[in-house]
Design a protein around this ligand. Structure first.
Ligand SMILES: Cc1cc2nc3c(=O)[nH]c(=O)nc-3n(C[C@H](O)[C@H](O)[C@H](O)COP(=O)(O)O)c2cc1C
Length: 459
């Protein structure tokens, strides 16, 4: 209540122009002068904390216009020193809400409002900043991740050895490829032996399930908890856009049925007794910026979901287009649970930019990590920025993957399975069409290994 009064006080004072503001005064000082409880705290502290937040927010502010007049310009200059002189459109007025409490901060334009919001959030939600580095450990409902760079779920790819590969290169944890809750419930042999296979050196591990039936989900989650004790977290797929999945009401279709989504998440928790996380999209179609956001809140608040992985693209666009990181930032600052960011994270620079911009708790690498486990090392400071793997490193990694495929599926099935893996390594080695064609025709993994060796010999 006291906070609200203080805030209103500031807003009213600003609106009525009855506060004298000069260039030397940060917002904290204004509040202090108004006698609204700031006297005990150094105005400079308030300014410094606000400024720190604003630095984090600068990326977001860059394309926005500024300023309503001198008062805001002064505050903008003080709080966004780096932004000074950037497109000051005098007399433009806009309003903006704090994403945490939805209070409207008005009579300022967006950059001004961001500054005001930054000060306001620093004041009322100081625990949100500063953002830890990617190398710092992360805890989700008691599960400890060694760092904040995780492997994304990848259907048909993210098996035990791909997850192990990511973790050998530093990933703080991994999410499995999606597994059908129905297949587990009905005891499908391949699902139980291949998709639920875990390597003893993996971990922490989130096993991803999909399905729209709470009863089946409860049973599948209970099976996983009982038979695959290495699993730390049950992750639920509510983002898959593939028609085969959506037409059953699962995956991204759950955005349109939030009551069922909440029931499924509750069932997974109750069935497994483990922490449950959910991965979802921003919406069903481009322009839908509310359904994912609102479902994320409901899942956390009503179903006790421990974290949300947010892919800020609509299901309709699948994996194309630029993710809406502004929306992800809004979710981060409003959700009372960690948000893991996924989408558009191809290079170390992309990842760092998106991580800072959104304030997310962690990032999840997907396509950027395919045949490129070195990206984890680069992000975690174990490899110099932009340092490419050597030919020896690439070949050794490729060999390792081929051997694990034999271990997983045998020489023949392994060879067919590896056909989707080969192009990633061929590209890295600068191999041409001939090598590609030779590898696509191999019937055993040994043949594939021989083709690689032959390519290296004549290279
Ligand atoms: C081949 C492939 C398979 C995927 N499989 C899954 C999956 O099983 N479960 C899931 O939640 N997301 C899945 N995704 C989505 C990714 O986890 C990730 O969110 C998406 O690719 C966006 O990240 P990116 O743009 O950095 O690749 C898949 C994506 C790709 C490309």
């Amino acid at each position: 209540m006291r906070h609200r009064q203080r805030r209103r006080c500031l807003r009213n004072a600003v609106e009525q122009d009855d506060v004298e503001v000069d260039r030397a005064w940060p917002v904290g000082d204004v509040l202090g002068r108004m006698g609204v409880g700031h006297a005990a705290r150094s105005p400079l502290d308030s300014f410094q904390r606000a400024e720190q937040r604003v630095r984090i927010e600068l990326g977001r502010n860059r394309r926005r216009s500024v300023d309503e007049g001198r008062l805001v310009e002064d505050r903008t200059d003080r709080l966004c020193g780096v932004e000074r002189g950037a497109r000051h459109d005098t007399n433009a007025v806009s309003r903006q809400r704090c994403e945490r409490c939805f209070d409207l901060l008005d009579r300022v334009t967006e950059v001004g409002a961001e500054c005001q919001i930054a000060a306001h959030q620093q004041e009322f939600y100081p625990e949100r900043v500063p953002q830890p580095p990617l190398t710092e450990p992360l805890e989700i409902a008691g599960v400890q991740f060694a760092n904040r760079v995780l492997l994304a779920p990848l259907a048909g790819i993210g098996n035990w050895f791909v997850r192990l590969q990511a973790q050998r290169h530093g990933a703080g944890g991994a999410f499995s490829e999606m597994v059908s809750s129905f297949a587990i419930h009905y005891g499908n042999e391949k699902t139980l032996t291949e998709l639920l296979r875990v390597h003893p050196e993996e971990g922490p591990l989130a096993l991803q399930l999909f399905g729209q039936d709470p009863v089946v989900m409860r049973s599948a989650a209970a099976h996983v908890a009982e038979h695959v004790p290495e699993v730390d977290i049950i992750d639920l797929n509510m983002g898959c856009p593939v028609p085969k999945v959506c037409k059953t009401g699962a995956g991204a279709a759950m955005l349109k049925d939030p009551d069922t989504a909440v029931a499924v998440a509750r069932a997974a928790r109750e069935g497994s007794g483990k922490p449950v996380t959910v991965k979802l999209r921003s919406g069903s179609t481009p322009g839908d910026t509310t359904s994912g956001f609102e479902l994320a809140h409901r899942l956390v608040e009503e179903a006790g979901v421990a974290a949300i992985t947010f892919h800020p693209r609509s299901a309709k666009v699948q994996h194309a287009g630029v993710p809406d990181y502004d929306l992800a930032a809004r979710l981060v600052s409003s959700l009372p649970a960690p948000v893991i960011l996924t989408g558009g994270l191809q290079t170390a620079a992309d990842v760092r930019r998106a991580y800072e911009h959104t304030g997310a708790a962690a990032v999840m690498l997907a396509r950027g990590s395919l045949g490129n486990p070195w990206l984890f090392e680069e992000l975690l400071g174990e490899r110099a920025n932009g340092e490419q793997p050597t030919v020896t490193e690439i070949v050794a990694e490729w060999e390792w993957v081929m051997e694990r495929a034999v271990e997983h599926l045998g020489a023949e099935r392994g060879a067919r399975y590896l056909r989707k893996f080969h192009p990633w390594y061929i590209e890295r080695l600068g191999g041409g069409r001939n090598l590609k064609a030779a590898l696509q025709a191999t019937e055993t993994v040994a043949e594939a290994q021989a083709a690689v060796q032959q390519h290296l010999a004549v290279r």
